[in-house]
Design a protein around this ligand. Structure first.
Ligand code: EPZ
Length: 417
């Protein structure tokens, strides 16, 4: 159990560097087994989810180690194509290893972690895409067994732009004979980052970032290197932390374009936003104002992962904000905890109506999930007195040294392990 101790009421000020992206690192770590490859990744964040992915790689017979922000993987000795439940369960998104294993070994056996953190986490779109490429897939309870006597290129059409299913399709398509076209693909920057790594490994992939991705071949290289893009959700979180505390914070080594919708709404709430190519300054002189209504949507819409942290920033705003969560069915789990601080939030189906209050009062909370836990930390920063958050390790799954980062900006935060 990790315990966050936060003494609120202090304005954040100063500058900090944004970590590497968790959601770009994880699919690239899976892609490292596509062919016998020695690869070096830079700017990889040190996170529990990255540790979990490295444990999976070692279980599969790879050399995989992280020293500071560098990860070194040697997948030439991969010797296994199944991932046990104990390793799958550690990280919900370990399903992204399925396409890579199928491409490398022609088979993959894995168990699926339950859903329920954010609602059901179905993988029907992942399986449909792999079947389209020629995979035979048996599902038996929580176990999945896939095999393919030669994958073949196909046209895959997604009815909704699933990030993970797009990634699995891209990875498996690298081993398919002939061209694969993925329509209705997710357009997140992390998909573009995965395309960059696949190209470095010798794949011919085009179109990432648009809704249509084409994989036309793969001439595996023996080595590849890449620098992981900045984490746009951590950038959005720190921007919301500055806004929540009436602060003035410069975020370095980030790409403001990747979370421009979050910055837009913070500006609507009264923050000054000063952007450059690799940095953004968020200055909030005083009380924020409610921003009316916003809805989460697939990229380039407002990111669901930033919904809880923007909610936290608006708890003391003048006026109301209605946030509609369209991506996950159970992503307001932070609301009951935020109410314990004195927040006024009413839930109506997929919409949360926030009425700003003058004060929040620190108290004891329990982190419910990764971004919900981050939202509670931000609300604690804006509350009077001390907030103590019991956390089963949710926040450290996605935020690297978040306590130290916030302290460097003047916050009174201590993380007790
Ligand atoms: C990725 O999850 C991210 N995780 C999530 O970030 C992010 O919230 C999500 O994309 C949406 O942007 C990683 O990249 C590791 P999806 P993923 O498949 O791939 C439904 C965080 O906080 N769906 O795009 O699991 C699904 O139920 C995490 O860093 C199906 O119906 O998300 C959801 O409603 C949380 N069938 C919607 O699509 C499928 O086969 C979007 O899910 C797959 C998904």
């Amino acid at each position: 159990m990790e315990i966050w101790h936060i003494r609120g009421g202090r304005r954040l000020a100063g500058s900090c560097t944004v970590q590497g992206s968790k959601n770009a690192s994880l699919p690239i770590l899976a892609a490292s087994i596509l062919c016998p490859l020695r690869c070096e990744l830079f700017h990889v964040p040190q996170l529990r989810d990255v540790d979990a992915a490295l444990r999976i790689l070692r279980h599969l017979g790879c050399l995989a180690e992280q020293r500071d922000g560098r990860v070194y993987i040697d997948s030439t000795q991969l010797s296994c194509c199944s991932i046990p439940h104990a390793l799958m369960e550690e990280m919900r998104s370990s399903v992204i290893f399925m396409g890579a294993l199928l491409a490398r070994c022609g088979e993959a056996r894995l168990s699926l972690p339950g859903g329920c953190q954010l609602g059901k986490r179905p993988i029907d779109l992942h399986l449909a895409a792999l079947r389209k490429l020629g995979a035979q897939i048996e599902e038996d309870g929580g176990e999945i067994a896939c095999h393919a006597y030669g994958l073949r290129g196909a046209e895959i059409v997604f009815p909704l732009p699933s990030v993970g299913a797009t990634e699995n399709a891209m990875l498996a398509a690298c081993a398919a004979k002939g061209e694969t076209v993925i329509r209705g693909a997710a357009r997140e920057p992390e998909i573009v980052a995965l395309q960059g790594f696949l190209r470095a490994a010798g794949a011919q992939v085009d179109g990432a970032g648009s809704g249509t991705i084409t994989v036309t071949g793969f001439r595996p290289r023996r080595s590849a290197a890449c620098r992981i893009m900045p984490d746009r959700i951590v950038g959005a979180t720190l921007a919301c932390a500055a806004a929540a505390t009436g602060g003035d914070v410069l975020l370095r080594d980030t790409d403001p374009k990747h979370f421009s919708t979050v910055l837009y709404f913070l500006n609507q709430a009264g923050c000054d936003i000063i952007s450059s190519t690799h940095s953004v300054r968020i200055r909030s002189g005083g009380k924020l104002r409610g921003i009316g209504a916003l809805e989460t949507a697939p990229y380039p819409g407002f990111p669901t992962d930033a919904q809880p942290v923007l909610m936290a920033a608006l708890l003391k705003a003048e006026g109301r904000t209605a946030i509609t969560e369209n991506i996950f069915e159970n992503r307001f789990r932070q609301v009951p905890e935020l109410r314990r601080l004195g927040a006024q939030i009413d839930l109506d189906g997929r919409t949360a109506l926030i009425r700003g209050v003058d004060r929040l009062r620190g108290t004891a909370l329990s982190a419910t999930d990764l971004r919900g836990g981050a939202a509670m930390i931000l609300a604690g920063l804006a509350a009077d007195g001390e907030t103590v958050i019991c956390d089963e390790g949710h926040v450290t799954r996605g935020y690297e040294r978040f306590d130290a980062c916030l302290r460097s900006l003047g916050a009174d935060v201590c993380l007790e392990y």
